[in-house]
Design a protein around this ligand. Structure first.
Ligand SMILES: [Zn+2]
Length: 456
Protein backbone atom coordinates (compact mmCIF):
# COMPACT_ATOMS: atom_id res chain seq x y z
CA UNK A 1 0.00 0.00 0.00
CA UNK A 2 0.94 3.59 -0.35
CA UNK A 3 0.81 4.95 3.14
CA UNK A 4 -1.59 7.80 3.66
CA UNK A 5 -0.10 8.85 6.93
CA UNK A 6 2.38 7.92 9.61
CA UNK A 7 3.46 4.31 9.63
CA UNK A 8 6.37 4.75 12.00
CA UNK A 9 8.83 4.04 9.22
CA UNK A 10 9.90 7.61 8.98
CA UNK A 11 13.66 7.48 9.05
CA UNK A 12 14.12 7.03 5.36
CA UNK A 13 10.74 8.26 4.23
CA UNK A 14 11.29 11.91 4.79
CA UNK A 15 12.21 13.07 1.34
CA UNK A 16 8.73 13.59 -0.02
CA UNK A 17 7.07 14.40 3.24
CA UNK A 18 7.85 18.05 2.88
CA UNK A 19 6.15 18.31 -0.47
CA UNK A 20 3.28 15.88 0.09
CA UNK A 21 2.51 16.14 3.80
CA UNK A 22 -0.47 13.80 3.80
CA UNK A 23 1.54 11.08 2.21
CA UNK A 24 4.16 8.74 3.45
CA UNK A 25 5.93 6.49 1.03
CA UNK A 26 7.83 3.71 2.67
CA UNK A 27 11.50 3.44 1.99
CA UNK A 28 13.39 0.74 0.32
CA UNK A 29 16.66 2.30 -0.61
CA UNK A 30 17.79 5.29 1.30
CA UNK A 31 21.24 5.85 0.06
CA UNK A 32 24.15 5.55 2.40
CA UNK A 33 26.40 8.49 1.89
CA UNK A 34 28.56 10.64 4.11
CA UNK A 35 26.79 13.77 2.92
CA UNK A 36 23.07 14.15 2.34
CA UNK A 37 22.16 12.76 -1.03
CA UNK A 38 18.75 12.35 -2.61
CA UNK A 39 17.29 9.14 -1.26
CA UNK A 40 16.04 6.64 -3.72
CA UNK A 41 12.84 5.34 -2.26
CA UNK A 42 10.60 2.65 -3.62
CA UNK A 43 6.90 3.12 -3.65
CA UNK A 44 5.49 -0.25 -2.66
CA UNK A 45 1.88 -0.99 -3.51
CA UNK A 46 0.45 -4.41 -4.30
CA UNK A 47 -2.14 -3.06 -6.74
CA UNK A 48 0.29 -0.91 -8.70
CA UNK A 49 2.95 -3.63 -8.83
CA UNK A 50 0.33 -6.13 -9.99
CA UNK A 51 -0.74 -3.75 -12.76
CA UNK A 52 2.87 -3.33 -13.88
CA UNK A 53 3.25 -7.12 -13.91
CA UNK A 54 0.22 -7.37 -16.21
CA UNK A 55 1.78 -4.77 -18.52
CA UNK A 56 5.27 -6.26 -18.52
CA UNK A 57 4.53 -9.98 -18.49
CA UNK A 58 4.31 -10.53 -22.29
CA UNK A 59 7.36 -8.34 -22.89
CA UNK A 60 9.55 -10.10 -20.34
CA UNK A 61 8.49 -13.45 -21.74
CA UNK A 62 9.29 -12.27 -25.28
CA UNK A 63 12.69 -11.15 -24.00
CA UNK A 64 13.36 -14.62 -22.63
CA UNK A 65 13.27 -13.33 -19.06
CA UNK A 66 11.25 -15.01 -16.33
CA UNK A 67 8.30 -12.71 -15.52
CA UNK A 68 8.09 -14.30 -12.09
CA UNK A 69 11.59 -13.28 -11.09
CA UNK A 70 12.04 -9.99 -12.96
CA UNK A 71 9.99 -7.28 -11.25
CA UNK A 72 8.98 -3.82 -12.34
CA UNK A 73 9.06 -1.46 -9.36
CA UNK A 74 8.16 2.17 -8.89
CA UNK A 75 10.64 4.71 -7.59
CA UNK A 76 9.18 7.56 -5.58
CA UNK A 77 10.44 10.29 -7.89
CA UNK A 78 8.38 12.60 -10.04
CA UNK A 79 11.01 13.03 -12.76
CA UNK A 80 11.06 11.07 -16.00
CA UNK A 81 13.46 8.17 -15.74
CA UNK A 82 13.80 4.41 -15.93
CA UNK A 83 16.79 2.21 -15.25
CA UNK A 84 18.09 -1.22 -14.46
CA UNK A 85 20.75 -2.03 -11.89
CA UNK A 86 20.68 -5.79 -11.78
CA UNK A 87 19.03 -8.63 -13.65
CA UNK A 88 15.96 -8.80 -11.47
CA UNK A 89 14.35 -5.39 -11.40
CA UNK A 90 13.30 -2.68 -13.83
CA UNK A 91 12.86 0.61 -11.99
CA UNK A 92 10.39 3.22 -13.25
CA UNK A 93 10.08 6.66 -11.70
CA UNK A 94 6.45 7.41 -10.99
CA UNK A 95 6.95 10.63 -12.95
CA UNK A 96 7.57 8.55 -16.06
CA UNK A 97 4.40 6.54 -15.56
CA UNK A 98 2.43 9.76 -15.15
CA UNK A 99 4.01 11.36 -18.23
CA UNK A 100 3.53 8.74 -20.94
CA UNK A 101 0.29 8.86 -22.89
CA UNK A 102 -0.45 5.22 -23.57
CA UNK A 103 0.10 1.69 -22.40
CA UNK A 104 2.23 1.01 -25.47
CA UNK A 105 4.58 3.91 -24.65
CA UNK A 106 5.07 2.57 -21.13
CA UNK A 107 5.56 -0.91 -22.54
CA UNK A 108 8.18 0.48 -24.95
CA UNK A 109 10.10 1.79 -21.92
CA UNK A 110 9.83 -1.60 -20.21
CA UNK A 111 10.94 -3.40 -23.38
CA UNK A 112 13.91 -1.06 -23.75
CA UNK A 113 15.03 -1.66 -20.15
CA UNK A 114 14.46 -5.41 -20.55
CA UNK A 115 16.78 -5.23 -23.55
CA UNK A 116 19.49 -3.61 -21.41
CA UNK A 117 19.21 -6.68 -19.18
CA UNK A 118 19.25 -9.30 -21.94
CA UNK A 119 21.99 -7.53 -23.91
CA UNK A 120 24.27 -7.66 -20.88
CA UNK A 121 24.62 -3.89 -20.64
CA UNK A 122 24.43 -3.94 -16.86
CA UNK A 123 27.24 -6.39 -16.49
CA UNK A 124 29.54 -3.48 -17.23
CA UNK A 125 27.31 -0.66 -16.10
CA UNK A 126 25.64 -0.78 -12.77
CA UNK A 127 23.09 1.79 -13.74
CA UNK A 128 22.13 5.06 -15.30
CA UNK A 129 22.22 7.26 -12.30
CA UNK A 130 22.57 10.97 -12.42
CA UNK A 131 25.84 11.15 -10.60
CA UNK A 132 28.57 8.88 -9.48
CA UNK A 133 27.85 9.77 -5.88
CA UNK A 134 24.22 8.71 -6.18
CA UNK A 135 25.24 5.53 -7.89
CA UNK A 136 27.86 4.79 -5.26
CA UNK A 137 25.24 5.21 -2.58
CA UNK A 138 22.88 3.00 -4.46
CA UNK A 139 25.63 0.44 -4.74
CA UNK A 140 25.87 0.30 -0.96
CA UNK A 141 22.11 -0.11 -0.74
CA UNK A 142 22.13 -2.86 -3.34
CA UNK A 143 24.98 -4.56 -1.53
CA UNK A 144 22.98 -4.42 1.65
CA UNK A 145 19.98 -5.88 -0.13
CA UNK A 146 22.07 -8.80 -1.26
CA UNK A 147 23.16 -9.26 2.35
CA UNK A 148 19.55 -9.23 3.50
CA UNK A 149 18.74 -11.74 0.78
CA UNK A 150 21.39 -14.00 2.26
CA UNK A 151 24.26 -13.57 -0.13
CA UNK A 152 27.13 -12.00 1.74
CA UNK A 153 29.72 -12.46 -0.98
CA UNK A 154 27.57 -10.85 -3.67
CA UNK A 155 26.93 -8.05 -1.23
CA UNK A 156 30.57 -7.18 -0.83
CA UNK A 157 31.19 -7.52 -4.57
CA UNK A 158 28.39 -5.16 -5.36
CA UNK A 159 29.52 -2.64 -2.82
CA UNK A 160 33.11 -2.74 -4.00
CA UNK A 161 32.16 -2.60 -7.67
CA UNK A 162 29.74 0.24 -7.44
CA UNK A 163 31.86 2.37 -5.17
CA UNK A 164 34.99 2.22 -7.26
CA UNK A 165 36.14 5.27 -9.13
CA UNK A 166 35.62 3.41 -12.38
CA UNK A 167 31.90 3.74 -11.79
CA UNK A 168 31.88 7.25 -13.18
CA UNK A 169 32.88 5.90 -16.57
CA UNK A 170 29.85 3.74 -17.02
CA UNK A 171 26.98 5.73 -15.70
CA UNK A 172 25.19 6.21 -18.96
CA UNK A 173 24.54 3.76 -21.72
CA UNK A 174 26.47 4.38 -24.91
CA UNK A 175 24.73 5.35 -28.10
CA UNK A 176 25.58 1.97 -29.58
CA UNK A 177 23.94 0.27 -26.62
CA UNK A 178 20.89 2.46 -26.94
CA UNK A 179 20.52 1.55 -30.60
CA UNK A 180 20.92 -2.14 -29.79
CA UNK A 181 18.41 -1.93 -26.93
CA UNK A 182 15.90 -0.20 -29.22
CA UNK A 183 16.27 -2.88 -31.89
CA UNK A 184 15.77 -5.62 -29.33
CA UNK A 185 12.88 -3.75 -27.70
CA UNK A 186 11.03 -3.40 -31.01
CA UNK A 187 11.41 -7.14 -31.49
CA UNK A 188 10.14 -7.95 -27.99
CA UNK A 189 7.12 -5.69 -28.45
CA UNK A 190 6.03 -7.14 -31.78
CA UNK A 191 6.65 -10.68 -30.58
CA UNK A 192 4.40 -9.89 -27.59
CA UNK A 193 1.70 -8.53 -29.91
CA UNK A 194 2.21 -4.93 -28.78
CA UNK A 195 2.40 -2.20 -31.38
CA UNK A 196 6.01 -0.94 -31.66
CA UNK A 197 4.76 2.59 -32.41
CA UNK A 198 5.07 3.20 -28.67
CA UNK A 199 8.84 3.32 -29.18
CA UNK A 200 8.55 6.02 -31.85
CA UNK A 201 6.12 7.99 -29.66
CA UNK A 202 8.54 7.73 -26.75
CA UNK A 203 11.43 9.03 -28.86
CA UNK A 204 9.28 11.80 -30.31
CA UNK A 205 8.55 12.99 -26.79
CA UNK A 206 12.29 13.55 -26.43
CA UNK A 207 13.02 14.81 -29.91
CA UNK A 208 14.73 18.15 -29.65
CA UNK A 209 16.19 17.48 -26.20
CA UNK A 210 19.42 16.47 -27.92
CA UNK A 211 19.96 20.13 -28.65
CA UNK A 212 19.43 21.22 -25.07
CA UNK A 213 22.25 21.61 -22.60
CA UNK A 214 22.60 18.67 -20.25
CA UNK A 215 21.15 20.61 -17.33
CA UNK A 216 17.94 21.21 -19.25
CA UNK A 217 17.52 17.63 -20.41
CA UNK A 218 15.41 15.07 -18.65
CA UNK A 219 17.42 12.58 -16.62
CA UNK A 220 16.16 9.83 -18.91
CA UNK A 221 17.70 11.66 -21.85
CA UNK A 222 21.05 11.86 -20.05
CA UNK A 223 21.15 8.18 -19.25
CA UNK A 224 19.60 7.00 -22.49
CA UNK A 225 21.13 9.30 -25.13
CA UNK A 226 18.69 9.80 -27.95
CA UNK A 227 19.85 10.64 -31.38
CA UNK A 228 17.96 11.42 -34.52
CA UNK A 229 19.35 8.12 -35.79
CA UNK A 230 17.48 6.29 -33.07
CA UNK A 231 14.22 8.01 -33.84
CA UNK A 232 14.72 7.28 -37.54
CA UNK A 233 15.60 3.65 -36.86
CA UNK A 234 12.43 3.22 -34.80
CA UNK A 235 10.38 4.88 -37.54
CA UNK A 236 11.96 2.60 -40.14
CA UNK A 237 11.15 -0.42 -38.02
CA UNK A 238 7.52 0.62 -37.63
CA UNK A 239 7.25 1.33 -41.35
CA UNK A 240 8.67 -2.06 -42.26
CA UNK A 241 6.36 -3.67 -39.71
CA UNK A 242 3.40 -2.06 -41.45
CA UNK A 243 0.08 -2.87 -39.86
CA UNK A 244 -0.96 -1.29 -36.57
CA UNK A 245 -1.66 -3.77 -33.78
CA UNK A 246 -4.80 -3.13 -31.75
CA UNK A 247 -4.29 -2.15 -28.12
CA UNK A 248 -4.99 -4.97 -25.69
CA UNK A 249 -7.98 -3.84 -23.57
CA UNK A 250 -6.47 -5.55 -20.53
CA UNK A 251 -3.23 -3.58 -20.92
CA UNK A 252 -5.21 -0.36 -21.34
CA UNK A 253 -7.17 -1.18 -18.19
CA UNK A 254 -4.11 -1.78 -16.04
CA UNK A 255 -2.33 1.25 -17.46
CA UNK A 256 -5.31 3.41 -16.43
CA UNK A 257 -5.51 1.76 -13.03
CA UNK A 258 -1.81 2.12 -12.20
CA UNK A 259 -1.88 5.77 -13.21
CA UNK A 260 -5.19 6.34 -11.46
CA UNK A 261 -3.94 5.01 -8.14
CA UNK A 262 -0.60 6.79 -8.39
CA UNK A 263 -2.22 10.12 -9.12
CA UNK A 264 -4.84 9.61 -6.39
CA UNK A 265 -2.05 9.32 -3.82
CA UNK A 266 0.35 11.88 -5.28
CA UNK A 267 -1.94 14.69 -6.46
CA UNK A 268 -4.25 16.84 -4.39
CA UNK A 269 -7.54 15.08 -3.51
CA UNK A 270 -9.46 17.97 -5.08
CA UNK A 271 -7.68 17.39 -8.37
CA UNK A 272 -8.55 13.69 -8.22
CA UNK A 273 -12.22 14.39 -7.47
CA UNK A 274 -12.34 16.86 -10.36
CA UNK A 275 -10.68 14.52 -12.85
CA UNK A 276 -12.01 11.11 -11.79
CA UNK A 277 -15.30 11.45 -13.72
CA UNK A 278 -13.25 11.41 -16.95
CA UNK A 279 -12.12 7.88 -16.13
CA UNK A 280 -13.72 5.37 -18.49
CA UNK A 281 -13.65 2.37 -16.14
CA UNK A 282 -16.23 2.74 -13.38
CA UNK A 283 -14.25 0.72 -10.83
CA UNK A 284 -11.07 2.76 -11.38
CA UNK A 285 -13.11 5.95 -11.10
CA UNK A 286 -14.53 4.78 -7.76
CA UNK A 287 -11.10 3.67 -6.49
CA UNK A 288 -9.63 7.08 -7.29
CA UNK A 289 -12.51 8.83 -5.55
CA UNK A 290 -12.17 6.50 -2.55
CA UNK A 291 -8.49 7.41 -2.13
CA UNK A 292 -9.27 11.11 -2.42
CA UNK A 293 -12.06 10.91 0.18
CA UNK A 294 -9.83 8.90 2.50
CA UNK A 295 -7.09 11.50 2.26
CA UNK A 296 -9.66 14.18 3.04
CA UNK A 297 -10.63 12.25 6.18
CA UNK A 298 -14.08 11.36 4.81
CA UNK A 299 -14.11 7.69 5.74
CA UNK A 300 -17.79 7.04 5.02
CA UNK A 301 -17.51 8.40 1.49
CA UNK A 302 -14.24 6.50 0.99
CA UNK A 303 -15.80 3.21 2.06
CA UNK A 304 -18.89 3.79 -0.08
CA UNK A 305 -16.67 4.39 -3.11
CA UNK A 306 -14.35 1.42 -2.57
CA UNK A 307 -17.33 -0.83 -1.87
CA UNK A 308 -18.75 0.33 -5.19
CA UNK A 309 -15.50 -0.70 -6.89
CA UNK A 310 -15.59 -4.07 -5.07
CA UNK A 311 -19.20 -4.63 -6.21
CA UNK A 312 -17.99 -4.24 -9.80
CA UNK A 313 -14.98 -6.55 -9.28
CA UNK A 314 -15.87 -8.83 -6.36
CA UNK A 315 -12.83 -11.06 -6.87
CA UNK A 316 -10.33 -8.19 -6.90
CA UNK A 317 -7.91 -8.68 -4.00
CA UNK A 318 -6.37 -5.25 -4.44
CA UNK A 319 -9.60 -3.37 -3.80
CA UNK A 320 -9.99 -5.29 -0.54
CA UNK A 321 -6.36 -4.41 0.23
CA UNK A 322 -7.22 -0.72 -0.18
CA UNK A 323 -10.34 -1.15 1.98
CA UNK A 324 -8.13 -2.72 4.65
CA UNK A 325 -5.77 0.25 4.45
CA UNK A 326 -8.61 2.76 4.96
CA UNK A 327 -9.88 0.83 7.99
CA UNK A 328 -6.40 0.33 9.43
CA UNK A 329 -5.57 4.01 9.14
CA UNK A 330 -8.80 4.91 10.90
CA UNK A 331 -8.08 2.40 13.68
CA UNK A 332 -10.88 -0.03 12.85
CA UNK A 333 -8.67 -3.05 13.51
CA UNK A 334 -11.32 -5.78 13.24
CA UNK A 335 -12.65 -4.37 9.98
CA UNK A 336 -9.11 -4.13 8.62
CA UNK A 337 -8.40 -7.78 9.51
CA UNK A 338 -11.56 -8.86 7.67
CA UNK A 339 -10.69 -6.84 4.55
CA UNK A 340 -7.05 -8.01 4.42
CA UNK A 341 -8.17 -11.56 5.11
CA UNK A 342 -10.41 -11.49 2.04
CA UNK A 343 -7.65 -9.87 -0.01
CA UNK A 344 -5.23 -12.58 1.11
CA UNK A 345 -7.72 -15.30 0.19
CA UNK A 346 -8.21 -13.81 -3.29
CA UNK A 347 -4.48 -13.26 -3.90
CA UNK A 348 -2.63 -15.78 -1.75
CA UNK A 349 1.07 -15.28 -1.26
CA UNK A 350 1.02 -11.59 -2.18
CA UNK A 351 3.59 -10.35 0.36
CA UNK A 352 2.42 -6.74 0.55
CA UNK A 353 -1.13 -7.92 1.34
CA UNK A 354 0.18 -10.46 3.85
CA UNK A 355 2.11 -7.67 5.55
CA UNK A 356 -1.08 -5.61 5.79
CA UNK A 357 -2.93 -8.59 7.23
CA UNK A 358 -0.21 -9.20 9.81
CA UNK A 359 -0.17 -5.55 10.83
CA UNK A 360 -3.96 -5.53 11.27
CA UNK A 361 -3.93 -8.83 13.17
CA UNK A 362 -1.30 -7.53 15.60
CA UNK A 363 -3.32 -4.34 16.16
CA UNK A 364 -6.49 -6.37 16.70
CA UNK A 365 -4.80 -8.43 19.40
CA UNK A 366 -4.25 -11.55 17.29
CA UNK A 367 -0.56 -11.61 18.12
CA UNK A 368 0.48 -15.09 17.04
CA UNK A 369 -1.48 -15.03 13.77
CA UNK A 370 -0.09 -11.57 13.06
CA UNK A 371 3.49 -12.65 13.59
CA UNK A 372 2.90 -15.63 11.33
CA UNK A 373 1.54 -13.40 8.55
CA UNK A 374 4.45 -10.96 8.89
CA UNK A 375 6.99 -13.80 8.80
CA UNK A 376 5.35 -15.26 5.71
CA UNK A 377 5.46 -11.86 4.04
CA UNK A 378 9.15 -11.47 4.88
CA UNK A 379 10.01 -14.88 3.49
CA UNK A 380 8.48 -13.84 0.15
CA UNK A 381 9.67 -10.25 -0.10
CA UNK A 382 12.60 -8.83 1.83
CA UNK A 383 12.47 -5.44 0.08
CA UNK A 384 9.73 -4.00 2.27
CA UNK A 385 11.29 -1.81 4.93
CA UNK A 386 7.98 -1.09 6.61
CA UNK A 387 7.32 -4.80 7.01
CA UNK A 388 10.74 -5.27 8.63
CA UNK A 389 9.96 -2.43 11.01
CA UNK A 390 6.67 -4.05 12.05
CA UNK A 391 8.24 -7.47 12.32
CA UNK A 392 10.99 -6.17 14.65
CA UNK A 393 8.32 -4.59 16.82
CA UNK A 394 6.36 -7.85 16.93
CA UNK A 395 9.46 -9.83 17.96
CA UNK A 396 10.30 -7.29 20.65
CA UNK A 397 6.74 -7.40 22.03
CA UNK A 398 6.88 -11.19 22.06
CA UNK A 399 10.11 -11.19 24.09
CA UNK A 400 12.41 -12.34 21.28
CA UNK A 401 15.13 -9.67 21.32
CA UNK A 402 17.53 -11.69 19.15
CA UNK A 403 15.06 -11.84 16.28
CA UNK A 404 14.08 -8.19 16.82
CA UNK A 405 17.76 -7.20 16.53
CA UNK A 406 18.19 -9.33 13.40
CA UNK A 407 15.24 -7.83 11.57
CA UNK A 408 16.27 -4.32 12.62
CA UNK A 409 19.75 -5.00 11.23
CA UNK A 410 18.19 -6.18 7.98
CA UNK A 411 16.01 -3.10 7.74
CA UNK A 412 19.01 -0.78 8.18
CA UNK A 413 20.92 -2.82 5.61
CA UNK A 414 18.02 -2.51 3.20
CA UNK A 415 18.11 1.24 3.65
CA UNK A 416 21.80 1.26 2.79
CA UNK A 417 22.78 2.06 6.38
CA UNK A 418 25.31 -0.70 6.90
CA UNK A 419 27.06 1.20 9.70
CA UNK A 420 23.83 1.20 11.70
CA UNK A 421 23.06 -2.38 10.70
CA UNK A 422 26.35 -3.73 12.08
CA UNK A 423 25.74 -3.31 15.85
CA UNK A 424 22.23 -4.79 15.58
CA UNK A 425 23.53 -7.74 13.57
CA UNK A 426 26.26 -8.29 16.19
CA UNK A 427 23.70 -8.25 19.01
CA UNK A 428 21.49 -10.66 17.06
CA UNK A 429 24.39 -13.03 16.42
CA UNK A 430 25.19 -13.10 20.16
CA UNK A 431 21.59 -13.87 21.15
CA UNK A 432 20.51 -16.33 18.45
CA UNK A 433 21.40 -20.05 18.55
CA UNK A 434 24.78 -20.46 16.87
CA UNK A 435 24.47 -22.03 13.41
CA UNK A 436 20.69 -21.53 13.16
CA UNK A 437 19.30 -19.96 9.95
CA UNK A 438 18.53 -16.62 11.68
CA UNK A 439 22.06 -16.59 13.15
CA UNK A 440 23.38 -17.11 9.61
CA UNK A 441 21.30 -14.16 8.38
CA UNK A 442 22.84 -12.01 11.11
CA UNK A 443 26.31 -13.17 10.05
CA UNK A 444 25.59 -12.17 6.43
CA UNK A 445 24.67 -8.63 7.39
CA UNK A 446 27.56 -8.44 9.85
CA UNK A 447 30.15 -9.60 7.35
CA UNK A 448 28.84 -7.23 4.66
CA UNK A 449 29.00 -4.40 7.16
CA UNK A 450 32.51 -5.27 8.34
CA UNK A 451 33.96 -5.81 4.88
CA UNK A 452 32.49 -2.56 3.65
CA UNK A 453 34.08 -0.74 6.61
CA UNK A 454 37.48 -2.27 5.77
CA UNK A 455 37.28 -1.17 2.16
CA UNK A 456 36.57 2.42 3.07
ZN1 LIG B 1 18.61 2.84 -22.58
Amino acid sequence: MICSHGCGMVIACTRRLASIPALLFCALLALAAPRPVAALTLLRDADIEHGLTELSFPILRAAGLNPRTVRVMVVDDDTFNAFVLDHRTIYLHYGLIQSVDSARMLQAVIAHEAAHITNGHIARRMGNMQSARTAAGLGAALAAMAAVAGNGEAAVGLAAGTQSAALRGFLAHTRAEEAAADRAAAGFLTYAGIDPRGLVELHRAFAGQELLSVSNQDVYMQSHPLTRDRLRAAQDYVEAFGRELPADPLHQYWFDRVRGKLSAFTRAPDWTLRRAPEEANADIRLMRQAVAYHRLGRLDAALRAIDGAIALRPEDAYYYDLRGQFLMETRNWAGAVAAYDTANRLAPNEPLILAGLGRAQRAAGQGAAGLDSLEQARSRDFRDARLLHDLALAYAQDGRPGMAALVTAERYALEGRLEDAGPHARRAAMQLPRGSPPWQRAQDVLSASEKLQKRK
